[in-house]
Write a protein that binds this ligand. Sequence first.
Ligand code: PBG
Length: 335
Amino acid sequence: MQNLKSDDTMFPKTRMRRLRQPGIRNLVGETELLAKDLICPIFVDENIEEPEEIESMPDQYRFPLSMVADEAKEIEDLGIPAVILFGVPATKDEDATSAYDDDGVIQQAVRNIRSKTEDLLIVTDVCLCEYTTHGHCGIVDYANETVLNDPTLPVLGKVAVSHARAGADIVAPSGMMDGMVRAIRTALDIDGFTNIPIMSYSAKYCSCFYGPFRDAADSGFAFGDRSGYQMDPANSDEALRELELDIEEGADIVMVKPAMPYLDILYRVKSTYKMPTAAYQVSGEYAMIVAAGTRGWIDRDQAVYESLLSIKRAGADMIITYFAKDAARMLRENP
Ligand code: PBG
């Protein structure tokens, strides 16, 4: 090497680029996106007879109970291993009683899907916000406009058990109440569902990127915001403390949400705890890519692929994404 320095201009500088040639580039690729990494959300609405497109999430639909199993079958046929269900119930009240009704929207949807699919895993979102008149994720003290932590826990336990009884494979609490994982684990174990894993939305940030979801699931809130329970976007160490508690309480899979604006958190979480880690590419992330793609400002397919690959590279073992079907189709055509 030292001799080369004497007349540097004579020698080619090519080094890193050798491995970027077609074919070789794939051989040395470090991260691979696979259909088996994806979890596809489904919105089920008890109040409708035909699918309804969600305005702020083009190409995404709320499905009636009568059609949810067909949708799930289509997802399974694309090689996607799991769905996560969100419900829009026929009735809401202050205490979210329709969330744990054995004939509630999710419980019925789980049974319908189970009857028409083979190995598809059914994950259910365990939260109260879609089932409460006030739209908050817990039991509310109206006088003080606060969401009560401890009174919410037994309700979440009942919701999880009713989902398990209907046949859910994994329950996913998303309400960010302290102690929710332990409450759900205890409730499941008492009812004999010791084999049902908990996927906890452990590091769920208080994010504007959930906006379109609240249209989709009709879960906007009557007062305040969710900053009293969801995490402050300014914080990163706090995510690790949340994770530690959730793991202690019995979480089997942990989650970071949203995904793209929080890849640093995802990386820290995965490298610190080495837990099975999910990331949620949320409704606002979906809407941004779709909106820019529709205008021709970015290439939609490439943006879908690159965003999902980045989320996987940062540390996600699995990704909840509204692009699951698109991505699975793309990966099938162009593996
Ligand atoms: C329910 C819940 C929300 C999301 C998933 N579960 C909404 C919220 O917390 O306001 C958001 C998902 C998305 O934006 O795609 N608590």
